[in-house]
Design a protein around this ligand. Structure first.
Ligand SMILES: [Zn+2]
Length: 104
């Protein structure tokens, strides 16, 4: 694929316990093709009370998931879609939804 999912993209999860969830890509980990997606694959960590300023509680952090488990989310189609890449005259690459031709 010439243009992969980038930070800030909206994606939908295709596999696993969070299947069907959508979120924004917070981070792309290129070394192992994983993504951190807002609100997806949350790991809860219990924090012990350390001080009055840091009370105990549950810290929720999204864990990375493999890029193959998500697809780009099209806000027009309201689902995960395949996309095509179009190169504009000024060499800018844009991604188009294969269904509705919207820019993703
Ligand atoms: Zn679409």
């Amino acid at each position: 694929m010439s243009l992969k999912i980038k930070k800030g993209d909206s994606v939908i999860v295709n596999k696993g316990k969070d299947k069907g969830k959508t979120g924004k890509v917070l981070k792309v980990i290129l070394s192992n093709s994983r993504l951190i997606v807002e609100g997806v694959n949350i790991a809860k960590k219990h924090m012990r009370k350390r001080s009055e300023q840091q009370p105990s509680g549950i810290l929720e952090t999204p864990q990375p998931l493999h890029i193959s488990n998500v697809s780009l989310f099209c806000s027009t189609c309201k689902k995960g879609v395949r996309f095509s890449v179009k190169v504009l005259e000024d060499k800018t690459k844009i991604r188009l939804c294969k269904k509705c031709q919207n820019t993703l």
